[in-house]
Design a protein around this ligand. Sequence first.
Ligand code: PLP
Length: 378
Amino acid sequence: MNAAQSIFNQPRSGIREILELAQTLPDVIHLEIGEPTFETPAHIVQAGCQAWQCGDTKYTPNAGIQPLRQAIANRISEEQEIKVEPAQVLIGIGGVEVINCAFRAICDPGDEILIPDPSWPNYRTMCTIGGIRAVSYTLLESHGFEPDMEELEQLVTARTRMLVINSPSNPIGVMFGEEQMKRLYQFAQKHDLFILSDEAYEKITFDRQHVSPLRLDTDGRVIAAYTCSKTYAMTGWRVGYTIASTSIVAQMAKLQEAYISSVPGATQRAAIAAITGNQQCVADMRREYAAHRGIAIQLLQSAGLAFFAPHGSFYVWIHIGCTDSKAFAKELLMKKHVAVAPGSAFGAAGEGHIRISLASSVEEISNGISRLIAFLSA
Ligand code: PLP
């Protein structure tokens, strides 16, 4: 007995393969994982624990509890200088689940979504399992890793329903400015597309201001996705959310009933503490990531390697020039015990690159990069 063909044919994650191989070796330096090493700040943990202890152990509404929806609506309204109502907020199990919900709420099987290449591999998996066609648009180094509007124009068909934007991006760390966002928004308007703006790394920025297309939205075509995972080092709590029009949120809430029913109340209480509490913890983590970025840049530059100095997120995208980045990552792991993410895991345009994470300790980053340099010059 086999599983459904669409799942059966789904290739394994290239990053997970490296991770599993790394687990068979001693003393591996892990630069492949996209997870903060920081602990969740104490006041957030406390709010979650208190909620469990006070009996917050029942189902919650499909779209999330009202105080969290209100807190998020207040935050986005203030930061983006727009008016967001709580009914425009949907809480889910991490960014991954709300993005999947958004894809399914907008696309029927056979519809198409424009997805950046390279990008977070989950977008493509979500399309496959939903019977949606993932159509790649390339982020080329020669174009500053920004979308080529002419290519986008050529990719639109009668079945295109959505454009995915991810700024700051995983795996490149590129961020799109105001002008680029306007071009993308106008493109979406011209072809009547939804925009899924994945802003998971909105608070991890170095030398640019984060710009959300929500500010430009005049007709409810932007669905902006956020998560507590990266901003507050809350990956295991599983809280993400989207801002969309009230009618789209109502449809997504129906999907949530089938997928997850609801998000645990206590983790939503922890998210309230995160979003309404002192934001110093966010600034502190950002400062640490910036310091890690500085160390990585200095080492890579002094070795003459080609890489993109990230504007945001916590990754460095390194051009290796190999023809098989998975084989390269495996050999680096076996010979030097350094685990990195192969570029091909992020799409065809990622081939020839690797991604390293800055969400590791200073020692791991400097030792890991030194071993990479030694491997390349051997
Ligand atoms: N979007 C991007 C680009 C990511 O890299 C991730 C996680 O790595 C997510 C969304 C979702 O994260 P989570 O489901 O933990 O909120």
